[in-house]
Design a protein around this ligand. Sequence first.
Ligand SMILES: [Fe+2]
Length: 207
Amino acid sequence: MTSEIFNQFLRELHTIYNGLDSSEKETKRHILSVRNTLSSLIEIPLPATDKKPELKPVCRYLERAINTGRTGPFSTLCETLIQVSPYLGWEYGYETIPDHLYDSYAYTEIAGPKGSVYSENIASGLVLLAPGCHYPEHSHPDIEESYLCVSGSVTQNNNDVVTAGDILYNPPGYLHSLSVDAAGACLLAYSWNAPAEILRNNSMKFD
Ligand SMILES: [Fe+2]
């Protein structure tokens, strides 16, 4: 049953947030908030929505990225991702994107208002970035975001280097860009925390 494997992903994500900590006050609060939301979400297994599986060109890197992650800190999550990957609906999320992103970026919402399982209080899923990808500056007003680096590495705002096992916290409205070096793809698990109405009506755009 596909819903079971999506719920398994949420349980793994909850386990990861359970084990995370940070010396930064705001990051710590965010971790706790995501942990609590996921905690109530996994109490009763969620049914799958009618979201269809869909691939984007960057998915040619997915299998290798997951396999790389299997030897990293989030190996258990990666075992689940092997099983969940055939059912994921990858998308761009923007009405228009720069040409170079069409084959170097995609994301999939696993739980959320438009997810493979429905949740109104959190949006969680994956972002896949190809080797050499530059994901331009953008922000999410009223939405706080964390990225967990599952596989590979990425640099945010030419400054913060994040490798497998790290968490990156972006407060609401924070401008950020992501760059991946040529060595390998980067797979991130993201979680968006915001009031239900904001998550439901959110539309992504580049700044
Ligand atoms: Fe973002």
